[in-house]
Design a protein around this ligand. Structure first.
Ligand code: NAG
Ligand code: NAG
Length: 457
């Protein structure tokens, strides 16, 4: 026993662990009020190759599982720390957000998803993510937690907070000092998590990057079903036709910079032939044009929750939603508590009733509000980014949210801590490890927090 102990000690010191710090394998989470730690695995991961990079990542990886009261939930918190002696820690912690109905994109055991925290470790960042106890995204998964109050709380806000408390304490134990600054980034669902973290736990993060955020999911979740509703009874329109009309609108209106396109009439393109990528020809029909207009104008016919220029890359606009299992799932699993519900019978009236139900019952769980005063007061910086042509989360939700913030904060106050950058680009954005090279958005956020220079793009 003694020999083994000495060998471990020697290994520890060769990797740069000094007095008062804890070796990777011995790291344990702190006590979390209201939660019980079930188990923890901590290990050194050497020469982890992140796809596309020659350089290997070396990390101290800590997986910990916790539960709350008698609820039976099992929440995974995964932390990657730059391995001492191999990578120098820059003092920063990053929380990584989720997507769709996943709480954290680094929890899936596929190499690409692992690439983000591993690459962050290679670049000197500590990072943390969680599965909120709801597991990975898969068809049929959400009904298992849609009506479990603990899992809903975990998913909507609690797990991101708890993972952050744990990661800060573990980084302190490992490096002998706490993070100098903590950040959070996410896209779509991850962006929503960023807003809710700033509202509910303003001390957790110094800077938050929310891209294509599901602001006010009680409404935007309903809006995701709109493309299906307008097409399912009369047929799904060829994506190429929709994009042909979108291209014409963009040309006529001076590109993606233009917020609106008054005077553009999709019907004027009816019966024209368009050459799709790959050489296929489509004839745009009057029906295609009417669907494009409905997607553009949204469920209220006034642009709210409509897809700007209605550019389409997502299967949920052009396929029955059982293919993408995300669009209908909110309605069947969360609102109706019936995963077998035949959503193809939902008509406009029922849709509007469901919309009201969603707002009444679910805003308290995953709505976003304007309670950012405490986040501003602690010096937090919030950067919202939205692609004008986001085909999944309409850009109008980000603009509406900024309008509501303007009712609460003066422009000078907003300049202090909040930016909405609308980029003249199409499609919903995904973050991958290459976004975190020194010149990426994360670097701009860090620069804003650390040196006070707000991002200019
Ligand atoms: C569109 O109509 C809805 C429902 O009446 C309303 O809540 C929303 O504020 C309107 N949006 C705009 C941009 O006028
Ligand atoms: C989706 O639903 C359609 C009918 O709306 C059905 O024909 C198709 O087989 C379903 N696909 C899957 C993957 O369940």
């Amino acid at each position: 026993m003694k020999t083994i102990g000495l060998a471990l000690l020697a290994l520890g010191s060769s990797l740069g662990v000094s007095h008062g710090q804890t070796a990777c394998a011995n790291l344990r989470p702190p006590t979390i009020p209201g939660a019980t730690i079930l188990r923890t695995e901590a290990r050194e991961v050497l020469n982890y190759h992140t796809g596309g990079f020659e350089a290997a990542a070396n990390g101290c990886v800590i997986n910990t599982w916790l539960t709350h009261g008698n609820s039976g939930d099992e929440v995974l918190v995964r932390i990657w720390l730059p391995l001492q002696g191999r990578h120098e820690w820059n003092g920063y912690l990053n929380g990584i957000g989720g997507a769709r109905f996943s709480a954290g994109e680094c929890t899936e055991r596929v190499s690409f998803a692992e690439a983000t925290p591993a690459n962050l470790a290679r670049l000197g960042y500590a990072s943390v993510c969680t599965d909120a106890g709801v597991g990975h995204i898969q068809p049929g998964n959400t009904i298992t937690w849609a009506h479990n109050q603990q899992l809903l709380r975990n998913f909507a806000y609690l797990s991101v907070h708890e993972m952050t408390v744990i990661a800060k304490a573990i980084a302190n134990d490992y490096f002998g000092r706490p993070p100098s600054h903590s950040f959070f980034f996410g896209v779509g669902r991850g962006g929503q998590q960023g807003y809710i973290a700033a509202e509910r736990y303003p001390k957790d993060f110094d800077g938050i990057l929310a891209d294509g955020a599901y602001v006010d999911y009680a409404r935007t979740g309903m809006a995701s079903f709109w493309p299906y509703l307008v097409q399912h009874d009369r047929g799904f329109v060829d994506r190429c036709s929709l994009n042909a009309i979108a291209e014409a609108a963009i040309r006529q209106c001076g590109g993606f910079e233009s917020p609106d396109c008054p005077g553009f009439d999709a019907q004027s393109l009816a019966n024209t032939v368009y050459m799709c990528p790959g050489g296929r020809r489509v004839t745009i029909t009057a029906y295609d044009a009417s669907v494009w207009t409905s997607l553009h104008e949204g469920p209220f016919g006034n642009g709210s929750y409509g897809t700007h220029h209605a550019i389409i890359d997502s299967e949920w606009a052009t396929e029955p939603p059982n293919r993408s299992f995300f669009t209908s799932q909110y309605i069947t699993d969360f609102l109706l508590n019936d995963p077998d519900y035949d959503y193809s019978n939902i008509d406009q009236d029922q849709y509007m009733t469901l919309w009201e139900q969603s707002v009444a019952e679910w805003t308290a769980i995953w709505g976003t509000n304007t309670d950012l005063a405490a986040f501003r007061a602690r010096g937090g910086k919030f950067w919202a980014i939205h692609n004008r042509g986001d085909d999944i989360v309409p850009v109008s939700v980000a603009v509406d949210h900024l309008e509501r913030l303007r009712d609460v904060f003066s422009q000078a106050e907003l300049n202090d801590f909040y930016r909405l950058t609308i980029r003249p680009q199409a499609y919903h954005r995904g973050y991958w490890y290459w976004d975190f090279e020194p010149r990426g958005d994360l670097a701009s956020l860090i620069n804003w927090v650390v040196s006070g220079t707000a991002p200019s793009v």
